[in-house]
Design a protein around this ligand. Sequence first.
Ligand code: ADP
Ligand code: MG
Length: 272
Amino acid sequence: MRLALVRCARVRTREALNHALPATDSGRDCLGSLCIRFLDAVRRGHIQTGETIMFDSMRDAEQTGLGFPVPLSEKYRPKKIADFIGLEKTRKVLGAFAQRPTSSAWLFVGASGVGKSSLALALASEIEAEFHHIPSQKCTAQTIDDTVRLCWYLPRKANGFHLVLVDEADRMSSAAQLALLSKLDSTDPPPSTIFIFTANQADGLENRFLSRCRKLEFSNYGMRESLAAFLAKVWYSETGSEQGPDFARIAKESTNNVRDALMTLEVELLAR
Ligand SMILES: Nc1ncnc2c1ncn2[C@@H]1O[C@H](COP(=O)(O)OP(=O)(O)O)[C@@H](O)[C@H]1O
Ligand SMILES: [Mg+2]
């Protein structure tokens, strides 16, 4: 969600920024904090008004000098399909798909924190698609209509695609599923659009909906060793030291949930 918000932080004028600030600045809110730093940069003349700035991620925002500490899961979120740990078959399928993308719908099913949303983002970036995000709990018939309208009318690069990511699709209403049916087959599809739905499980999704999606399982089975090695790498780049906590144990205790494991590592870094 935060990622999508930052991606959408297209700020054209100082007035727009001033307008955005009160709405988003809660003091704890990262986007609010980004706005403050952004305003500051505009004031100091580092960014010209009228310029359009689009961040791909919190890390990009940090690299512009507007930085603030970002969670490890953001900082080390893989940008390329090949860089994900585990998920061999999934990477292979999506890597091949990225070479020759077509309008299609995908269902990414698997445990939390194993890279479903991040892989959708990486795919969008590799095929340079125009990215749209429908966060969890926001997938209503209305949101779908609004997003599909954008896919019809928003300009895209020549031969480019729109990629619509719908998170936690297993929570969407049946009205939303019905609204999607004709968009996912040849009846009323938006042009050059790839839909990716993520879900912890496919139960609760209608058969008519499921039969329109290519299903990809995200299994974290057998990922423990590569996760432990990944944690050691993160630890080394954060501390410059090879001595650290028991990475294999952190991987085990997180039941191979990469996000959880990185959270634990954050605590270990603070306890150092
Ligand atoms: N397979 C993976 N390889 C590397 N990092 C991962 C992987 N899976 C998850 N992560 C990390 O965990 C974070 C959360 O992943 P996310 O894509 O949101 O999981 P999901 O959508 O499956 O719940 C990512 O930002 C990334 O840092
Ligand atoms: Mg997700």
